[in-house]
Design a protein around this ligand. Structure first.
Ligand SMILES: Cc1ncc(COP(=O)(O)O)c(C=O)c1O
Length: 403
């Protein structure tokens, strides 16, 4: 009966990364792989969720107050004027908001630009909708967008450009010039932008998140997606949203209603409390993550990783293997799990999946096998335990020695 699987299901096979996850579980490895915090969520929002459950918010629900808050937030942060009654769709996390945005806009054969590397769920959604992902490489080590690479990838069939900033896996925050380039491409080629802004509040040093929708001509052609997950350390609550011109938002709401009906009622209620958090909450979120970032950079640079790009946002460090390390990223992570009891993600999972064998061995793609993504959204105790485990595996020069 396996032959009865749909074409889409057959394309979505498990990756080497999922296999590594299982190995990591068996070895009880410390998890720096997955992008979710291992520390408690803020008390004020947990109390709000408990209170919502106790108040019997148990049925299908649409909490309009979320749309009102989100509208206020994008006005304050980016100067965007949107109608909370028509331009916001509440979904189950950014993941569903993004999938619904793709299904609302992409027809079979439409091309969708993805920057490479990128968060792995985009490609799967686009192919499920029959769209064709077109990858535009960001250039290491600073993951710079070369305008000519973007412009030469646009065709008559380009329907949308997907932008994630602050960026997973590199920690890049796209610059004003880069955003202007993307906005210019969208406007001149009359295509849409679908943005993923889940790390909108997690930026470091003097970096500031700018929404692509705030660039001239972009509000009418941008679908913003985001969620509570990262800002409030509640990735399991599944509350997110899409912000878009009303006809897109309405299509997204219709898809959401057919697929999941509504997001979890008690957590929608608690979202109201979360979104009302005072400015100090966001400031301490940033400064806590900045000190975790500095800690992990010092730790990994100290054991021999090449850190040529300091994350400007999100909570990932995309660290390059030492030049003299002879194996691939996947091999490295396997050894890291078995010998150090720590798991991270081999970078290749974030680069385009349909590389041919020739391309893999080609020198220009070699870097795609040389990065490891470390998630530092972990408690200080977890990060200290990683340091302790790594310290047992150092050679005389203080570099990580994996057999
Ligand atoms: C860039 C990016 N977008 C979206 C998500 C998932 O967001 P949500 O929990 O709101 O579905 C993640 C989670 O790792 C992410 O890194």
């Amino acid at each position: 009966m396996e032959g009865k699987l749909s074409r889409a299901a057959k394309k979505l096979t498990s990756s080497p990364i999922q296999e590594l996850s299982q190995l990591a579980q068996r070895c009880n490895a410390i998890n720096l792989a997955e992008g979710f915090p291992d520390f408690p969520a803020p008390l004020h929002i947990k109390n709000a969720a408990v209170s919502a459950i106790n108040s019997d918010f148990n049925q299908y629900r649409h909490v309009q107050g979320i749309c009102d808050h989100v509208s206020k937030m994008v006005k304050e942060m980016h100067g965007l004027v949107i109608d909370p009654l028509t331009d916001v769709a509440i979904c189950c996390g950014q993941t569903e908001a993004f999938a619904a945005a793709i299904f609302a806009t992409i027809d079979p054969g439409d091309e969708v630009i993805l920057f490479d590397p990128s968060f792995e769920t985009y490609e799967g959604c686009i192919t499920m909708a029959g769209g064709i992902p077109v990858h535009v490489p960001l250039d290491p080590p600073r993951w710079t967008l070369d305008p000519s690479k973007l412009l030469s990838s646009l065709t008559e069939r380009t329907k949308a450009i997907v932008l994630n900033s602050p960026h997973n896996p590199t920690g890049k925050v796209f610059t004003n010039d880069e955003l202007e380039t993307i906005a210019g491409a969208c406007c001149s080629r009359n295509c849409l932008a679908i943005t993923d802004e889940v790390y909108e509040y997690i930026t470091y040093d003097n970096e500031k998140h700018m929404s692509l929708a705030s660039f001239p001509g972009m509000l009418e052609r941008t679908i913003i997606t985001s969620s509570l997950s990262k800002t409030f350390s509640v990735t399991g609550w599944r509350i997110g949203w899409a912000i878009a011109p009303s006809f897109f938002a309405s299509a997204i709401r219709n898809i959401h209603a057919k697929v999941t009906d509504s997001a979890p009622a008690p957590f929608q209620e608690a979202a109201l409390t979360a979104l009302r958090s005072p400015p100090e909450y966001y400031e301490s979120l940033r400064s806590d993550y900045q000190s975790k970032r500095d800690y992990i950079i010092k730790l990994l640079a100290g054991v021999g990783f090449k850190i040529q790009f300091i994350p400007q946002g999100s909570f990932f460090l995309f660290a390059e293997l030492p030049d003299d390390y002879p194996h691939s990223d996947v091999e490295f992570v396997k050894k890291l799990i078995l010998e150090a009891g720590v798991v991270a993600v081999p970078g290749q999972g974030f680069f385009r999946s349909n590389l041919s064998l020739n391309e893999v061995s080609n020198a220009s793609c070699y870097y795609q096998r040389r990065y490891i993504r470390f998630a530092f959204c972990k408690s200080d105790e977890t990060l200290a335990a990683v340091s302790e485990r790594l310290s047992k595996l150092l050679d005389a020069a203080g570099h990580l020695k994996l057999h």
